[in-house]
Design a protein around this ligand. Structure first.
Ligand code: 5GP
Length: 128
């Protein structure tokens, strides 16, 4: 079972933003920038391009909805989208508020307090 499946099942805590039948959305614990969010299919599939066409399309449509809420909640130039998966073998879309190229590199990280994570999750969710 992946660490994200454990989060989806509530066995590991997360700063949850939203959930629907197919997806679970929460803040990345080691964010590139404030508001860095993960959109994860509940179905545990390792690689993005192995998703069936319907779930693949739904993932990007739902990510668009979540990105619009992030853009309202977090001051940024735009919200970027990446799919990597080198660390966690369970499909996830990274949505990262971008102000500079370094925000997209996964090398520069920001440290947030528990209170800051909680407030960000609540604020993003309030725009959904
Ligand atoms: P990737 O697999 O796309 O290379 O990176 C996985 C991402 O998941 C990383 O940005 C990492 O910070 C995040 N991540 C890994 N474990 C956890 C976790 O237990 N909780 C949360 N919220 N994020 C995690």
């Amino acid at each position: 079972m992946s660490i994200f499946t454990k989060i989806i099942k509530g066995e590991i805590p997360s700063y949850k933003i939203a959930e629907n039948e197919d997806f679970f959305v929460f803040l990345d614990i080691n964010p590139n920038a404030e508001g860095h969010t993960l959109v994860v299919p509940k179905q545990e599939v390792d690689k993005l391009f192995d998703l069936d066409d319907e779930l693949y399309a739904k993932l990007f449509n739902y990510s668009k909805t979540i990105a619009a809420a992030i853009e309202k909640a977090v001051p940024c130039n735009r919200v970027g989208l990446s799919v990597i998966g080198l660390e966690v073998p369970h499909v996830h879309v990274h949505l990262v508020p971008l102000n500079q190229m370094a925000d997209a590199t996964f090398e520069k990280k920001v440290k947030l307090t528990e209170e800051e994570f909680k407030a960000l999750a609540v604020k993003i969710a309030s725009y959904l």
